[in-house]
Design a protein. Structure first.
Length: 280
């Protein structure tokens, strides 16, 4: 990636993180940890990778994104707001009664959301349906589905993986946000996923391991996914839960709670400092 393009991507990711903190704080609830870990990948998808148009969010030829770990929608909302799908002010009423942005993505109420999600384990199944529909309709759009690593404990993930490989869905890219933590603690202590990359490989996927905060690695992986024919791709992205906010990083307690006023100020000050450094 060219230096200027990389700089713009880093600035956008920082702005998305700021929206995450702003939204969860104003909601007084939500899931900042996994939202922050996913921010770089979601930013890259919407600002470089995916063929989408905020002026025509229902374009039948658009690429699709399924946030299977729907509780981390603050990251998706941040990217959609920054991209121009809706006014950023909507972030301030996240999870409020009657507001557009709810605690899980709603495809009927939020422009840019391709799939309502939140029941963990089901997103890959929905993404498989979209990818197969593209094959039937001779369309060239691609489908991206993001999972949490804890979510990979769900059996339906692997049923969908079998289906994707059997159907040779090379227009499907599954991304695992592997931050190592889930609501009950360390993923390997809760269920012991083992080598999740080898699991996807055994199910017939092309598998790519990356640093999920390195934009060059994200770009190379997605380019390889597009070039892979005859089978779906799984990108295992090693990330840091709470990335970008010092006291949230690698802290399981920030899986699902909102910062108080003092914590909010610290987080915003840190992110603003990061953004100023990028803009200097």
């Amino acid at each position: 990636m060219e230096n200027q393009e990389l700089l713009e991507m880093e600035k956008n990711a920082c702005k998305v993180r700021r929206y995450i903190i702003e939204g969860v704080f104003n909601a007084k609830s939500g899931h900042p940890g996994g939202s922050l870990s996913a921010a770089d990948i979601i930013t890259y998808l919407y600002f470089k990778e995916m063929k989408v148009d905020p002026k025509n969010p229902a374009d039948p030829d658009r690429d699709r994104f399924v946030l299977s770990k729907g509780h981390c929608c603050p990251a998706l909302y941040g990217a959609l707001a920054l991209k121009g799908y809706f006014p950023p002010e909507e972030i301030q009423v996240l999870r409020h009664i009657g507001a557009m942005l709810q605690g899980h993505p709603d495809m009927k109420g939020t422009p840019g959301v391709d799939m309502s999600s939140g029941s963990l384990g089901q997103g890959v199944s929905a993404a498989c349906g979209m990818a197969l529909a593209a094959k039937y309709d001779n369309k060239d759009y691609r489908v991206y589905a993001m999972l949490g690593d804890g979510e990979c404990e769900e059996g339906q993930v692997w049923e969908a993986a079998m289906f994707a490989a059997h159907q040779k869905l090379d227009n499907l890219c599954v991304i695992v946000d592997f931050n190592g933590l889930q609501i009950d603690g360390h993923v390997n202590d809760v269920a012991g996923l083992g080598e999740v990359d080898k699991k996807f490989e055994s199910f017939g996927f092309e598998v790519i391991n990356i640093d999920g905060h390195n934009f060059d690695e994200i770009e190379a992986a997605l380019n390889k996914a597009k070039a892979t024919k005859g089978k779906p791709t799984a990108i295992i992205a090693k990330t840091v839960k709470g990335k970008g906010v010092s006291y949230m990083e690698n802290q399981v307690g920030w899986h699902g709670k909102a910062p108080n006023a003092d914590e909010y100020k610290i987080a915003i000050d840190e992110l603003d400092a990061q953004l100023r450094a990028l803009e200097a």
